[in-house]
Design a protein around this ligand. Structure first.
Ligand SMILES: [Zn+2]
Length: 257
């Protein structure tokens, strides 16, 4: 085994620092050189498997983008049909669609739905084509989706659908991955980028709490609260969300406040 020297440790630390620096880019990189309120706006799409995934994975970042005047679309692969005990798929979908609309209003984002069924998502040629068309119709500059190593099949499905759309479009947008329920769902996730969400965590929390059918206060938000603090410690702020950036991105960066 190679002995780790102090020099190795310092080199490793400087690489981490560089990565954090890249992860908290200047606002001008997000706006393409313009300032908030100018004509250069970007289109952000956040693709999640179920209602509450986009909000818990990157609700703070979504709020930052919308506050800066950029357009954010939240794309839900399903309507959470399997997510409420003792409710039919149709009843659960209606309740959870309403919760999505409330959450997106809080984040100033627009919800769209890809029409697959919670717990029964499919990957096929036609599903890839349909998802690609839906995504391309939005003309995104940047897309966030689930990290593909995840215990939930639906999370893996939307991750691959978004990746395929990116590849088929000849990498026409930048691709970033987010994490949900770190450890129990997302696994093997080593961030390349961080976003300080200290200013927007209260709206992220409110958007997650809009999903009342999922009992966020005793369930998933407890874990995400810990994740926000842990990622904040990693990058030197109080609260953060973290992402893995596809290395072949064109260069659209993440927001900073
Ligand atoms: Zn989910």
């Amino acid at each position: 085994m190679k002995k780790i020297t102090r020099r190795d440790m310092l080199a490793h630390s400087s690489r981490i620092a560089a990565s954090v620096g890249i992860g908290l880019p200047l606002l001008s990189q997000v706006t393409g050189g313009g300032a908030p309120g100018t004509s250069h706006k970007i289109k952000v799409v956040v693709a999640g498997a179920h209602p509450d995934d986009p909000e818990s994975g990157c609700g703070g970042t979504i709020a930052l983008y919308s506050d800066l005047g950029h357009e954010v679309v939240v794309l839900y692969l399903t309507r959470g049909e399997a997510g409420i005990p003792n409710k039919s798929a149709q009843q659960a979908a209606a309740i959870r669609t309403s919760e999505c609309q409330k959450a997106c209003a809080i984040l100033k984002a627009r919800p769209i739905f890809a029409g697959q069924i919670d717990g029964n998502t499919e990957l096929s040629r036609s599903r890839y084509d349909d998802f690609g068309k839906l995504l391309q119709a939005e003309h995104p500059d940047i897309v966030f989706t689930h990290w593909p190593i995840d215990t939930h099949r639906d999370h893996r499905a939307v991750s691959l659908l978004a990746y395929d759309a990116w590849a088929q479009s000849r990498k026409s947008f930048d691709l970033y991955y987010f994490e949900v329920d770190q450890g129990s769902q997302t696994q093997q996730f080593y961030p390349t980028n961080y976003v300080d969400i200290g200013q927007t965590e209260s709206r992220k929390r409110a958007a997650c709490f809009a999903h009342a059918s999922q009992q966020p206060e005793t369930g998933f938000y407890q874990l995400h609260d810990k994740m926000n603090h842990f990622r904040g410690m990693e990058c030197g702020c109080d609260l953060a969300e973290s992402f893995v950036r596809h290395c072949q991105n064109l260069g659209t960066s993440l927001p900073q406040r």
